[in-house]
Design a protein around this ligand. Structure first.
Ligand code: ZN
Ligand code: ZN
Length: 378
């Protein structure tokens, strides 16, 4: 049982968890907590009682863009370092692996505390090189089909990084292949955007309802906003078609200037993700999903909007609504966190610093019914 928690709508609750599921959500009044209810051993495994002392609780955070395959350098990290230790119940690896090594990633997910899902890189070599789409030989449709058939519980979409340094001389061709592979597998695309070529308008023209553009707040030339901060027409068209936007902060893809323009024009917010890996976790500017979330509080989004962007919004895209709510009978995936009123320095991918007065700090996480305290450096 987790006691003395606060939902985002202000209700105080105790949450009883047994055998990996939420058994009951009891409303309580502040200062009037019921005593522990279960009285003696039974056949189900009850979670030990944890007093959360007034912390917030949401459904378990989902980070839609991480790199969780440590063998690949620089874009890799250990699953639980970027998952449960940071209050993140579910991570979605964004194309670290292609067909060659997705089996190893899936296997490592089984021994982790964090739930692991993945976008399969359309390049069979994945991020073993950082120009993985520069040779069309690495696009092997048959291998993609086999991987998708073999790991249906892990693979949630296909990843294509469509920017100059990744595609080299291949131009738009890899995205055309990605579109065909999406049709043959029935899976949506997550497309990374960055420097041209290809031009952003051409990239967006390939995307459809349910596809995701990650790095939507990047501050590079060829991004989604013009020099005055207006959304480009191709972006408005894509949104009209049902294309979704993901933050994918990363080392080089989050600009306060662009994020402020997006907020001003009502573009987003869909999903907040970190694009975290060892380097930007230890040295910044990412550090953690919570740190990225704090930047959106600073931008003026409400706590409800920020938390929805890592819970219900992501769960809905995944087609797993139970991952985005707290309801008796559902598997227990929860994040317990505080919003601390204290000065904090937030730095974007361009080295621009903003001083904020609030930060989100995870305290603990429940995955599959087990409570773990977070390891957060303050
Ligand atoms: Zn990327
Ligand atoms: Zn990434």
């Amino acid at each position: 049982m987790l006691r003395n928690l606060k939902l985002l709508d202000g209700r105080q609750v105790n949450i009883e968890i047994a055998s990996g599921r939420i058994v009951r959500v009891d409303e309580t009044e502040v200062g009037n907590l019921p005593s522990t209810t279960h009285d003696g051993p039974d056949s189900t495994t009850h979670l030990r009682t944890v007093d959360c002392a007034g912390a917030y609780v949401s459904s378990g955070w989902i980070d839609m863009h991480v790199h969780a395959f440590p063998a690949f350098d620089p874009y890799g990290d250990e699953i639980d370092e970027i998952g449960v230790k940071q209050g993140v119940a579910t991570i979605v690896d964004a194309g670290s692996c292609g067909a060659d090594r997705i089996g190893e990633l899936a296997a490592s997910g089984e021994s982790a505390k964090t739930n692991l899902l993945a976008f399969l890189n359309i390049s069979r070599i994945g991020l073993s090189r950082i120009d993985e789409l520069s040779q069309l030989d690495w696009l092997d449709g048959e291998r993609v089909g086999e991987a998708v058939a073999r790991y249906p519980d892990v693979i949630v979409g296909l990843k294509a990084r469509i920017s100059r340094s990744v595609v080299g001389d291949s131009g738009i061709a890899p995205l055309r292949v990605a579109r065909e592979l999406s049709a043959s597998t029935g899976l949506p695309l997550m497309v990374h955007i960055g420097s041209a070529p290809p031009a952003i308008e051409e990239v967006l023209s390939y995307l459809r309802e349910g596809d995701i553009v990650t790095h939507y707040l990047n501050g590079k030339p060829n991004n989604l906003f013009d020099a005055e901060g207006w959304p480009i027409p191709a972006l408005l068209d894509a949104l009209e078609r049902g294309v979704r936007l993901d933050v994918g902060h990363g080392t080089a893809s989050f600009s306060f200037r662009v994020a402020e323009a997006a907020k001003r024009h009502g573009i987003g917010l869909h999903t907040i993700s970190s694009d975290i890996y060892r380097g930007n976790r230890l040295n910044g500017p990412v550090f953690s999903l919570a740190n990225v979330m704090s930047k959106f509080l600073y931008l003026g989004y409400s706590l409800q909007e920020v938390v929805a962007a890592v819970t219900s919004s992501a769960a809905q895209w995944l087609g797993r609504p139970e991952l985005g709510r707290i309801q008796a009978g559902d598997p227990a995936h929860l994040t317990v966190f505080d919003v601390r009123e204290e000065p904090v320095s937030l730095v974007d991918s361009e080295g621009i610093e903003r001083k904020a007065n609030q930060r989100i700090v995870p305290r603990g996480v429940v995955t599959n019914g087990e409570y773990m305290a977070c390891e957060v450096r303050t």
